[in-house]
Design a protein around this ligand. Structure first.
Ligand code: 9MR
Length: 553
């Protein structure tokens, strides 16, 4: 008796680049013999045939995984991959990330607070203004002599953090930095990369116009009298599913924290050196950013252990962090790069900086990235070699993970956490940086392969970016997309991704799998796997644009 075997083909649904490696996986819950496959071109001629590898068991998804290496097929086109009764269509071209890389950036525009979105820039996603945030209350936890409880401040603009409408400084830190890094590392590319936003064109690159929307908000989160930075701007609770204009909760700035001050300082210091090229267009802006960075850092030095937990009456995202040693390093490094001031140099201790994937809790690997990028400026002053070696050793581990794992992906079993997809995006970011440092193409090849995961070659078969691929999420945990009466969610948003936490199980009732790489639900209810967030889209945007750039070069 033959057992029924259900197969699936997992592949990069957005497309494979010409002259880059191309892996397609055939998977099944049951073990199977290597499968023969054929590839047909658009005229239905067989252009390649082969046999997959022998399947291996992938314990993270509880599936058997075989591999077809179709790298030799490099003529641009749409191909049909066929095995038995299964067939899928895939693209090969040199511009496969062109559109999605812009969409990943455009996401930030759609998530702007304090603005209407016209159909010129938003198409069907046009909407009214909401969250003007010109009347924001100082919460009792944030009261100070100059701003007693009940003081009203103006704190407009910024991006909504995620599927909710709140604005959090800690998460703005890593997100804004990563977008600034994209610009700093690929200036020429971004100078001609247009994003369809109202500020487009003109002397200032579009990506910097978009980032400025959030920097302008962040600046308002600093109390001028002491340099401290509020942890977040939020309602006391999450709102119901309404469009921005129908939001009715009072908004507050809540407690200053050391983590907020340091994230703010790192971002402002970096932004000041980037926007200094635009002093003519933005007089005084770069200086204001730098001054803000310095006073926030000074506040953090004077208040080194003010950790944030939600006051009892505040129920929104916490972004709490009780270890800010890494944030101190990150801020000191960015301030030293931007000022050359020895007081910051004396705070840098590279041996303590963690080499890992950057996360909102531990953003300090970003300091290693900045040190490596500014090596020629810094090498006579600090131990740049140790910083670079740390980065390379992380990248080496990622590269061998891609080479040796069953799915040929960079994620390890430990990486399936809330926002697991952002881990991949940040891993690709590190692999790309390792390539830039060493000029060794094996890191870049691993980066291209690792990116496949986010676009469909994974444990679920979803292309995790809305609006792209043959099976993208359509029920994102994103208030605007849920409330706007448009069928499909805003495009270009990266879903948080699978992990076995299932923190929303009471709202969701059932997940398709309890295995960490397959525990994902494309449903509004699944805020633990199907939300989107600014810190997740940023490394996605970084990586997609860089990978497209290298192909264009
Ligand atoms: O990304 C955050 C994740 O690391 C945490 O485990 C999770 C629960 O605390 O919160 C995530 O951040 C959410 C934030 O608190 C509120 N806005 C939505 C964010 C994404 O889910």
């Amino acid at each position: 008796i033959e057992t029924t075997v259900d197969y699936e083909v997992r592949y990069n649904q957005v497309g494979y680049f010409v002259d880059k490696s191309k892996t397609i996986n055939v998977v099944s819950f049951n073990n199977f013999s290597p499968k023969n496959y054929t590839i047909l071109n658009s005229s239905d001629d067989i252009v390649l045939s082969g046999t997959t590898t022998t399947p291996n068991y992938w314990s993270d998804s509880n599936e058997y995984v075989a591999k077809a290496d179709v790298s030799t097929l490099n003529t641009p086109g749409v191909y049909k991959f066929k095995t038995d009764e299964l067939e899928i269509l895939y693209n090969v071209n040199s511009d496969v990330y062109e559109s999605i890389s812009e969409a990943a950036l455009k996401y930030y525009y759609y998530n702007r607070a304090s603005t209407a979105i016209s159909s010129t820039y938003g198409g069907v996603y046009a909407r009214n203004i909401g969250h003007e945030d010109t009347q924001v209350y100082v919460h009792s936890s944030a009261a100070s002599p100059t701003r007693p409880v009940g003081t009203v401040i103006s704190s407009p603009k910024g991006w909504y953090d995620a599927g909710d409408y709140n604005k959090y400084i800690v998460n703005s830190g890593i997100a804004t930095y990563t977008l600034l890094a994209a610009y700093e590392h690929y200036e020429t590319y971004y100078q001609s990369k247009s994003i369809n936003i109202p500020e487009a064109g003109g002397v200032i690159p579009d990506i910097l116009d978009e980032i400025k929307w959030n920097l302008d908000w962040m600046l308002t989160m600093q109390e001028p009298s002491d340099g401290g930075v509020y942890h977040k701007l939020t309602g006391l609770n999450f709102s119901s599913i309404v469009m921005p204009k129908n939001y009715s909760l009072k908004r507050y700035v809540v407690q200053k924290s050391t983590a907020a001050a340091l994230n703010f300082a790192a971002v402002m210091a970096m932004a000041s050196r980037i926007y200094s090229d635009y002093n003519t267009e933005l007089p005084g802006y770069s200086t204001a950013l730098l001054n803000a960075a310095k006073s926030a850092y000074a506040w953090a030095k004077a208040n080194p252990a003010v950790y944030f937990t939600n006051p009892v009456d505040v129920k929104t995202g916490q972004y709490g962090d009780t270890n800010v040693a890494g944030e101190f390093q990150w801020a000191a490094v960015e301030l030293f790069i931007s000022t050359g001031d020895l007081q910051y140099k004396s705070d840098i201790n590279i041996s303590t900086i963690k080499n890992d994937i950057p996360t909102w809790q531990s953003p300090e690997p970003l300091a290693l990235i900045s040190i490596a990028f500014h090596k020629s400026l810094l090498s006579s002053q600090i131990d740049t070699n140790t910083a670079i070696n740390k980065l390379i050793s992380t990248a080496d581990a990622l590269k061998s993970q891609v080479a040796s794992s069953v799915m040929n992906i960079s994620l390890t079993s430990q990486n399936y956490v809330w926002g697991s997809n952002s881990r991949i995006a940040n891993q690709v970011f590190l692999l790309i940086r390792a390539y830039e440092i060493t000029n060794d193409a094996s890191y870049l090849n691993a980066a291209y392969k690792a990116m496949d995961y986010l676009l469909g070659r994974n444990g679920t078969g979803y292309c995790y970016v809305t609006g792209y691929g043959s099976q993208p999420p359509v029920n994102s945990h994103h208030r605007i997309s849920k409330a706007d009466n448009v069928v499909l969610p805003i495009p270009g948003m990266l879903a948080g991704g699978p992990h076995s936490g299932q923190q929303d199980i009471s709202a969701c009732a059932v997940y398709p799998s309890n295995y960490k790489a397959a525990s994902y639900l494309d449903d509004w209810c699944s805020y633990s796997t199907n939300e989107v967030a600014i810190n997740w889209n940023a490394p996605l945007a970084y990586a997609l644009n860089a990978l497209q750039y290298y192909q264009d070069e």
